[in-house]
Design a protein around this ligand. Structure first.
Ligand code: SF4
Length: 171
């Protein structure tokens, strides 16, 4: 294997391996717990409309680190998705994990990545959620540096496609 596909497969392999590392898992879970505490204190308005998961209609671009995408994708509660499902979600301008029956609920709530946990459309939450997001991103970067994990910041569906693609090409 060589070129971009080979590099992507290597990145995906390293992110998957890191996501299975208990130290990384504990750090990500601790970060999620801190987010929950902050959100519980701040109590932003969320009507669970699913609007922020319909990216194009909402004008929202969900960016994640490759490591977090791998962590989410490898949780036992996360259903595996295909490239076709990711393409369909792109065409429909939404997240592939948006529950297709309800159309407004997250299908992987317990495993959703940090940016989904720190984003609220409540305008009153704009300032603190930005600070929370930046501080979490800083934590994730520090985790990469400490453990020598390659860092990439990607559009959510691109990150999921990279992970799925690398699985397909390694078979
Ligand atoms: S992972 Fe869940 S919360 Fe995040 S965009 Fe997708 S459906 Fe929405």
């Amino acid at each position: 294997m060589s070129g971009v596909a080979g590099e992507d497969a290597d990145l995906a392999r390293r992110w998957r391996a890191a996501a299975a590392d208990p130290e990384v898992d504990a750090a990500i879970r601790a970060m999620h717990a801190r987010i929950e505490e902050t959100v519980a204190q701040r109590r932003p308005l969320c009507l669970a409309s699913g609007n922020c998961c319909r990216f194009e209609a909402f004008g929202h671009r969900l960016m994640v680190t490759g490591l977090e995408a791998a962590w989410t994708a490898t949780r036992p509660e996360t259903p595996s998705i295909s490239l076709q499902q990711i393409d369909e979600a792109r065409r429909e301008g939404r997240c592939p994990h948006l529950d297709s029956r309800e159309g407004r609920l997250c299908g992987i709530r317990g495993a959703r990545p940090m940016p989904c946990r720190t984003f609220f459309c409540d305008r009153a939450a704009t300032d603190w959620q930005r600070e929370l997001h930046e501080s979490c991103l800083g934590e994730l970067k520090a985790l990469h540096d400490r453990l020598g994990i390659p860092y990439r910041y990607l559009e959510w569906r691109d990150a999921l496609a990279l992970l799925v693609n690398s699985e397909v090409t390694s078979r």
